[in-house]
Structures are given as C-alpha cells and as structure tokens.
Design a protein around this ligand. Structure first.
Ligand SMILES: O=C[C@H](O)COP(=O)(O)O
Length: 241
C-alpha cells in the first residue's frame, strides 16, 4: 500500500524561535487533514530538538536534511543517525540536489547514507532528478535510471521514500507539468523491486498547483521547499483537495 507523504524541507531557514512560531500557526490546520496523510517537517539540525518536544503527541513527524554513514567519529560538521533517532527524528532527506551540487555528494556517498539511515531505523527520502541541460539533451530517463541503480545498491526498498525533483523546477516557480512528473515517476516505479514505495514530486510545489499534482495517479506526495516555510501555505498543501 503506497502512503501519501507530504514533507516540508526548510533547507537553511528558521531559528528555533521561528520554528516554534511556525508550529503554533500550523498545527491547528491539521484538524482538517485526512488521517492517512503522513506529514513531515525537515528543519535545520538546530531546530530538531525543540521541535521534537513541541510536537510530542502530534501527528507531525520530524525529518533531518542529511545523515552521516558512521555511528560516530572524527567527521567535523556531520551528524550521525543515533543523534537523530534519540531526539525522535524518523525520516532523513538524502541526496538532495543541493547536497550533490554544493557539497560533493556522490552516488557512492548517497548509497552509504541510505544504508546507514536504514540500519539505525530512519526512513530515507532519496532525491533524484535531472538538470535543465540534461532534460534538453533528452537524458532525463537515463540519468534517473543511473542514479537509482547506483544509489539503491543493497538498500531495503521496504523502508524507503523517493522524491523526484527536477533540478530546473527547484525554487524557480517553473513547476514541471503534473502529467510529465507523473510520467517520470511512473518510470522510477518501473525500476523498483518494491511496488509499494511512495514517490513524491518536488520542485516549486505551491498551494495553487498541489491539487493538480496530487490528482496524478503515480504521485504519492510532495517534497516542498519554499512553500513549507509559511504555516498557512504549507497547511493548504497538506490539506490538498
Ligand atoms: O526539497 C525541496 C525542493 O528542493 C523543492 O524546493 P521548492 O519547493 O522551493 O522548489
């Protein structure tokens, strides 16, 4: 059974005080949210602990934006899975294009992070997607297929979420046509061994396009950046029609 998963990726936005302010405006909206929808917030590491306390007993789950593959060690600037699980984090975004583009993330490190997340009981949200140049060159399918093939070596597909995020649609307002996102997500699904993996779309998801996106049969949710930073806007997305 594929679950509907709506996740907000706050990237490098919001202090602790701002995160609490967001939650006070956002949580009341969840009374309208159908119970089968999984709602996740992925704030910066510094917000996780205070948000975990605030969210105790609520239906919102917490996700981190990265995790290292070792349990501990001399890895300045990194975070280990037990540090996340101890404070109630259940999900982790891995292989976001911003990590791949700015911080040297490779298919090999993505694969290591995926396996470590699963080993410690976190559910990874693996991001894949093509650049504008790759799309224009007709390489979308090949690129995504290669990413999946390399990222998913020895990864357990029973504890996995995938997000299709065309890089050209991230933060640009230039959303991928819903039917095109549906087509690519269908291709991703064809390459998986487990047909029950939830596959999200991400890239300029907004209150005004979420209904059309979620009406597509292959799309099981959304990974939302900018529009998850404001309580009313993210609530409208979570409560799509
Ligand atoms: O992880 C989220 C994506 O990068 C999408 O960001 P965006 O909704 O601001 O385009």
């Amino acid at each position: 059974m594929r679950k509907i998963v709506i996740a907000g990726n706050w990237k490098m936005f919001k202090t602790q005080a701002e995160s609490e302010n967001f939650l006070s405006g956002f949580l009341p909206h969840l009374e309208e949210t159908p119970s089968e929808r999984e709602v996740i917030l992925c704030p910066p590491f510094t917000d996780l602990s205070v948000m975990s306390k605030y969210l105790h007993g609520s239906r919102v789950n917490l996700g981190a934006q990265n995790v290292h593959w070792e349990e501990n060690g001399a890895y300045t600037g990194e975070i280990a899975a037990p540090m996340l699980t101890e404070i109630g984090v259940r999900y982790v975004i891995i292989g976001h294009s911003e990590r791949r583009q700015y911080f040297g993330e490779t298919e090999e490190t993505v694969n290591l992070r995926l396996k470590a997340a699963q080993k410690y009981g976190l559910t990874p949200i693996l991001c894949v997607g093509e650049t504008k140049q790759q799309r224009d060159a007709g390489e979308t399918e090949k690129l995504i297929s290669t990413q999946l093939e390399k990222d998913l070596v020895d990864v357990d597909q029973t504890n996995l979420i995938i997000a299709y995020e065309p890089i050209w649609a991230i933060g640009t307002g230039d959303t991928c046509e819903a039917t095109e996102a549906n087509r690519v997500i269908g291709l991703i699904r064809d390459q998986l061994t487990n047909p029950h993996v939830s596959i999200q779309y991400g890239g300029s998801v907004k209150p005004n396009n979420i209904d059309e996106i979620m009406a597509q049969p292959e799309i099981d949710g959304a990974l939302v950046g900018g529009a998850s930073l404001e309580a009313d806007s993210f609530a409208r997305i979570v409560n799509y029609q």
